[in-house]
Write a protein that binds this ligand. Sequence first.
Ligand SMILES: Cc1cc2nc3c(=O)[nH]c(=O)nc-3n(C[C@H](O)[C@H](O)[C@H](O)COP(=O)(O)OP(=O)(O)OC[C@H]3O[C@@H](n4cnc5c(N)ncnc54)[C@H](O)[C@@H]3O)c2cc1C
Length: 232
Amino acid sequence: MKRSRLGSPSSYLDISMIDHFAEHFPTIAHLCEKAGVDIHQGRIPVSPGAHFLMGGIDVTHEGQTTLPGLYAIGEAARTGVHGANRIASHSLLEAITFAQAMAEKIIVEDDFPMFPDLFVSLKPAVLKLPAKHDIQQMMFKYAGIWRSEKTLKHVIKWCESWGIDFADCANLDITKAAAERLDMLTVAWLIATSALDRTESRGGHMRIDYPNEEEIWRQKSIIREVSKVEQY
Ligand SMILES: Cc1cc2nc3c(=O)[nH]c(=O)nc-3n(C[C@H](O)[C@H](O)[C@H](O)COP(=O)(O)OP(=O)(O)OC[C@H]3O[C@@H](n4cnc5c(N)ncnc54)[C@H](O)[C@@H]3O)c2cc1C
């Protein structure tokens, strides 16, 4: 059996019944050609991908974070409007709606972000960080569609093995490339620790060891604040 990039058996989308596929779907046809996939075989290999993120930076209905002057909207924000999963096309609606509310607030209150302290207090640092691809693989395999206590603890242990203090890594003077990997590792750790705490399955969060929705978790969110983040 043919193996995909992620090592699992490949699944295929049957396109054999679509006449003139390349004319109807030129972008997909071009991507297939670039990837060496012959669409004339009538099937395209497919694999699951991260479509969106549930959760994010906790904000008000105007996109205001707990840091005065700092706003988050769109994919980065946790507005609460999606519940435990998203309905198709609500992501863009959310981004536009909250962007409008945020812009009106900033204009009315003249509340432009100013963070002088952040820039004078940067601490020089040399970090040992995993490659971007390794973080993606780790999250896909062990915190992806199905999670369990065992797989989540594996991710957490791996994230913590890099010796980063996730509660105190915001003010480091590092390169842009390192900052991206540090942010990815921090988000991976936050997702894994929160998913471990949430001992139920709900919406997009599926636990093999807790397959049902639990009443005790209904309408509950897990919110982590820097002052309260502890290593697991
Ligand atoms: C495959 C797929 C299909 C989707 N389909 C739909 C759909 O049909 N309907 C729907 O409503 N939603 C859909 N979504 C979700 C929707 O696309 C996202 O929720 C939306 O794009 C989020 O917008 P955003 O501006 O918040 O973030 P993004 O679109 O992710 O934009 C963030 C931008 O910031 C840039 N950036 C990142 N880091 C830095 C940095 N350090 N400095 C400067 N720039 C930086 C990035 O390059 C990027 O351009 C889909 C998502 C995916 C992945």
